[in-house]
Design a protein around this ligand. Sequence first.
Ligand SMILES: Nc1ncnc2c1ncn2[C@@H]1O[C@H](COP(=O)(O)OP(=O)(O)O)[C@@H](O)[C@H]1O
Ligand SMILES: [Mg+2]
Length: 379
Amino acid sequence: MSAFNQKKIGILGGGQLGKMLLQKAMDFDLNVYVLDPDTTAPCKYITPNFVKGDFKDFDDVYHFGKKMDLLTIEIENVNIDALKKLQQEGKEIYPSPEIIELIQDKGLQKIFYQKNGIPTADFFLVENKQQIEKYLDYLPFFQKIRRGGYDGKGVRKITNKQHLDNAFDSPSVLERMVDVDKEISVIVARNASGEMACFPAVESVFNPQAHLVDYLVCPASISQKTIEQAEQIAKRIAEQLQLVGVLAVEYFFTKDGKLLVNEMAPRVHNSGHHTIEACVTSQFEQHWRAILNFPLGDTSLIRPAVMVNLLGSEGFEGNAFYVGIENILKYSGVYPHLYGKKQVKAFRKMGHITITDKTLMAALKKAKKIKEMIQVTAL
Ligand SMILES: Nc1ncnc2c1ncn2[C@@H]1O[C@H](COP(=O)(O)OP(=O)(O)O)[C@@H](O)[C@H]1O
Ligand SMILES: [Mg+2]
């Protein structure tokens, strides 16, 4: 058993979430290694412990993991067989390979909710496009490919028969369309001793074109009762899964006042970025605390916050160039996080900006201005 700061900790994935985990790891003097196939990934330039390798590949994950004491993830699309073998050989893996396996498949996720009495939208599972025809009586619905979708890329809205031409021809979940009033999310953390803590609920506002979060606000404008209900559900899931680490749970709050779980991710999450500046403890610190079995940190909100994703502007592709950064820095309570991705593409997540103020109204007003002042284009 080695001291916590001598443990070799491996992160599968070297994107922006890995980068923000590394930033916090430095404060705790952690000994962290990163595996990613892309030598221009955000983590590449900030650690000497960057290992080039594919987190989806059995051999790459196994050989990387063999040298570690503890493994964690910043992306769920990783090789499960290698993680299971490493776990059998005594490595600590948080979240467990079984949890990651469940999350990789939206169909298994839905079955999990159903089995455990977690409220979720009605659904059917289909193997291919042809089978969708059996369910035409249930239109409108969302078709979600079971594996590999993210940021709206594996999701199609099917409201009439004509839309079937566009449907994915792969195993998928057909989910009844929900009359969504708000989309909210709660990040829960659990350590190995079973201690749990939730971050304050956030509300996501989506870009209708790209199905990507345009901005999110904290606190969410929902009743205290609904917030408590969301926290209870998140804790029930974490306990049921025997999770160690953080888990982001996304919910639909329906127009008739119901809370339904949409999906979850057992890792630090886009909807928790504001916690860096707006909460006593950030989600990144909380993840380290949880997987090292330290006491969890205080999740209280210090001040209201709005988080704006910095997406690549439409029509630009090439070396990323940030227009207007010097203008936004004139405002107080504005925190840009540029991920360091070299190449910009339309709608690619290039960074985020957290905007805080004394009231949520003031933060929102400032955020709308900031959003118009900054753009990621190509040189
Ligand atoms: N059943 C549904 N009813 C209404 N809107 C939905 C439904 N399912 C998904 N959506 C919309 O599509 C978005 C993306 O779906 P989601 O399942 O979260 O996929 P992703 O994994 O790409 O985030 C949701 O955030 C929501 O805006
Ligand atoms: Mg989602």
